[in-house]
Design a protein around this ligand. Structure first.
Ligand SMILES: Nc1nc2c(c(=O)[nH]1)N[C@H]1C(S)=C(S)[C@@H](COP(=O)(O)OP(=O)(O)OC[C@H]3O[C@@H](n4cnc5c(=O)[nH]c(N)nc54)[C@H](O)[C@@H]3O)O[C@H]1N2
Ligand SMILES: Nc1nc2c(c(=O)[nH]1)N[C@H]1C(S)=C(S)[C@@H](COP(=O)(O)OP(=O)(O)OC[C@H]3O[C@@H](n4cnc5c(=O)[nH]c(N)nc54)[C@H](O)[C@@H]3O)O[C@H]1N2
Ligand code: SF4
Ligand SMILES: [Mo]
Length: 697
């Protein structure tokens, strides 16, 4: 029996794995384990997660594309030789930056750290980024700007359990982290669960629903803040003592009276006032039980995502929430290691310890740990979408190594992604299954997953957890760490690339020491002894930091910075020939690009294909019935799929999940100027009915 955590989302539910040795092949039984975050619960994905271990098409040997264009099984030595030789040739002709690396927020801390080091030291390339850019980048950018430290929840998740009110902006926790819903119960019972979503999502059904127009959260939150200030509900002594720039708060919200916001958001002015009052009444300044403002991808995945999160932080500050026990602002991290994945250096502008790659002191420290000259480290590289758009272009990267992402399903504006990937001289994908992206690669490395490896993960609350191996990997699958080590050696790199995850963690501790995300006091020994460790943990005897910001914020002054923000329209907004909003998101049954969960029979049976949720009024105007086919067309592409007619979406909105190849043909890659987050969540779409005769065979 092995105690570990779920392979999927950032809730990292605790589970016990029991391998059954007969009959062969080995099967694994999953049972939930009592833990503060999941309280003995698992969602359907967690319960069925072991099926991915024995997926019939699980990758078990390296693949190299032969002269006929067919991916053929080979040895590790041969595959590593092929990749190293091609990298050397490309770098000799086109320079070090001609090879790029793309990482993932599902990788363990050890893998994420080694990936960043491999890119900077073995490849000497600036071009490294990861799928967290699609996920947490807007929240991270806003929190860094306002509060100075980006830990998704700067408090334990269980703190939510005592709150009188929780404002959820663009999060559908009931589908995306079902066991976490237990922590919303008190706020819900108190009538304080407020949910902003253009859909009547499973979560919105639990509370007071503000069914805002897609892309209008910023206006809505400015109006909520307006009400708080106008009605004298702000915590003025907190604003004076703990923030700078409070006058910007008044200035930026003054013109957002609820009636004006109603015109932009569609949320009735009375409901905006009510929501502001409910939230304020729960704030400590009014003697309430505590209040939280939480954001999810619905608010963040926009070309104004950073500013929307900033407005949410400003609202929380106006009510005196951040840094107070039992209150606060947080962004709900998504991927299994979405938190650790953004701390250890796989981000384009970052070095381990959540350090900036542009900071000379940070470069000197990390270069010292790596045993290289600081001047040899590259500078900041391109962000994910910019990186993908540059592939194969003049002066852009000509090779890409992907570890832990299925870009060909999950990146925006897929036609261009497909074209850019196809234009590469070399595409290398390390994965556990032949994902859509892996099938396009020149070389595929079969890597270990979750139950086959040891390591650490950092959950949505900043707690470092142990992942433990329960079964042997199939065939010749090896850790991503072995890919980095094997290539570094062949590239003649003298820096060390250990393949033992604990050894990598020991190095990560030193590299992170003194940084914002300081892991130097964490050891596997402490974790295995059951210690509860939230970063920063700056020394071996340090108890960890469950709650940040109690005395000061992470800004140079220690004060939270109030940054004035303004509402902006959706980048690709409604027009006569595209009169509806397309919004995208998740289903309970599938995870991300679906590479894993589409290989779990029970989940695939429950949700086998892409579909579009449309309002009955849209259905009537198109003349389609439930299950009828519709064509969705945006400025970037089109998709034919069945309609699901439901009253749960707004009449101006169509919702499509992104777990299947399809909806990202339509999405917009307009970027947030600060975070470089693409606008996954809203764009203009045209819908038409499709006659059976028109359907391609
Ligand atoms: N089942 C499942 N769970 C997951 C994942 C998964 O793929 N499947 N992925 C994990 C990851 S990586 C992440 S990032 C999290 C994401 O977790 P969430 O943020 O909860 O997930 P989403 O479904 O992407 O978006 C949440 C809601 O935003 C709404 N929305 C769309 N546009 C807007 C808008 O303009 N404003 C507002 N306010 N809402 C809008 C959608 O209708 C949706 O209900 O989930 C994690 N958990
Ligand atoms: N339209 C739309 N698009 C979206 C979103 C949206 O809401 N709407 N959400 C975005 C968000 S928040 C996210 S996080 C992204 C996620 O999208 P992706 O980056 O595509 O994420 P996954 O599908 O989790 O891909 C992870 C891949 O890594 C593999 N893998 C698992 N473990 C390992 C490992 O240890 N090593 C290696 N090398 N591989 C491994 C899996 O099999 C899988 O193929 O999608 C984004 N795309
Ligand atoms: S909520 Fe997330 S971590 Fe928990 S079982 Fe489901 S997918 Fe796994
Ligand atoms: Mo995500």
């Amino acid at each position: 029996m092995t105690a570990t955590h779920c392979p999927y989302c950032a809730l990292q539910c605790a589970m016990t794995l029991t391998p059954t040795l007969t009959p062969t092949p080995v099967t694994v039984t999953v049972t939930p384990r009592e833990f503060p975050t999941n309280r003995g619960g698992l969602c359907r994905k967690g319960w069925t997660s072991a099926a991915v271990l024995t997926a019939p098409d699980r990758l078990t040997a390296p693949l190299v594309r032969d002269a006929d264009g067919v991916l053929v099984e080979t040895t590790w030595d041969h595959a590593l030789d092929v990749v190293a030789e091609r990298i050397k040739a490309l770098q000799a002709s086109y320079g070090d930056d001609s090879v790029a690396v793309f990482g993932g927020g599902g990788l363990t801390n050890e893998k994420a750290y080694a990936l960043g080091k491999f890119a900077r030291v073995a490849l000497r390339t600036a071009n490294v980024d990861y799928n967290g850019r699609f996920c947490m980048s807007s929240a991270a950018a806003a929190v860094n700007r306002s509060l100075g430290v980006d830990r998704g929840l700067p408090f334990p998740l269980t703190d939510l359990g005592g709150a009188g009110a929780i404002l959820l902006v663009g999060s559908n926790l009931a589908d995306t982290m079902p066991p976490a819903v237990a922590h919303l119960a008190a706020a819900r019972d108190a009538g304080g669960l407020l949910v902003v979503d253009p859909r009547r999502s499973a979560t919105a059904q639990l509370g007071l629903h503000l069914q805002a127009t897609p892309g209008s959260d910023l206006a809505l939150v400015l109006a909520l803040t307006h009400v708080v200030l106008q009605e004298g509900l702000a915590d003025t002594s907190y604003l004076a003592a703990r923030t700078s720039g409070a006058e910007a708060l008044y200035r930026s919200t003054a013109a957002w009276w609820p009636e004006r916001a109603e015109r932009v958001t569609g949320v009735p002015a009375g409901l905006i006032r009510q929501a502001a009052r409910v939230l304020a009444a729960a704030a400590p300044v009014h003697g309430g039980a505590g209040a939280f403002v939480l954001t999810g991808r619905g608010a963040e995945q926009h070309s104004k995502g950073t500013d929307t999160v900033t407005a949410c932080i400003n609202l929380a500050l106006a009510l005196g929430l951040p840094g107070r026990v039992g209150s606060g602002y947080g962004s709900i991290t998504g991927q299994g290691n979405g938190q650790g994945g953004r701390e250890h250096g796989q981000k384009a502008d970052q070095l381990p310890g959540y350090r900036s790659i542009a900071d000379p002191a940070a470069r000197a420290h990390v270069a010292g740990v790596w045993g290289v000259d600081p001047s040899s480290l590259p500078g900041p590289g391109k962000s994910a979408v910019e990186l993908v758009n540059a592939l194969g272009t003049d002066g852009g990267p000509r090779a890409l190594l992907v570890h832990g992402s299925n870009l060909l399903v999950s990146a925006p504006r897929l036609a261009s992604v497909r074209e850019r990937l196809a234009s590469l001289d070399l595409l290398v994908v390390a994965d556990v299954v032949p994902s859509e992206t892996a099938l396009l690669a020149d070389v595929v490395f079969p890597v270990t997953q979750w139950a086959e490896e040891d390591g650490t993960m950092t959950s949505l609350e900043g707690r470092v957890l142990r992942r433990r191996a329960a079964v042997a990997p199939p065939g010749t699958a090896r850790s991503d760490l072995a890919v980095f080590a094997g290539l570094a050696a062949r590239l003649g790199c003298s820096a060390s690339f250990p393949v033992s995850p604990e050894e990598v963690f020991e190095e990560l501790r030193r590299a992170s020491a003194g940084g914002v995300a300081d892991y130097s006091g964490i050891s596997w020994e402490r974790l295995d002894a059951g210690e509860v460790l939230y970063w920063p943990v700056p020394a071996s005897g340090h108890p960890g930091t469950p709650r940040l910001f109690a005395d000061s914020f992470g800004t140079p002054s220690g004060l939270a910075r109030i940054v004035a923000v303004e509402h902006q329209a959706v980048a690709d907004d409604l027009r006569a020939d595209a009169p509806l909003y397309l919004v995208t998101g998740r289903l309970l049954e599938h995870y991300q690009s679906g590479a894993q969960t589409r290989r779990v029979p029970e989940l695939l049976e429950a949700e086998p294909e892409v579909f579009a949720e449309i309002h009955p009024r849209v259905a009537a105007s198109l003349g389609v019935a439930d299950g009828g086919l519709i064509r969705l067309r945006t400025a970037r592409g089109s998709l034919v799929c069945p309609a699901r007619v439901t009253l749960d979406v707004r009449p101006d909105t169509i919702f499509v999940p992104f777990h299947f190849l399809g909806v990202n043909e339509l999405t917009n890659d307009a970027l947030d100027p600060v975070s470089k987050m693409p606008e996954f969540k809203a764009c203009a779409v045209e819908a038409t009915a499709v006659g059976r005769a028109e359907v391609p065979a």
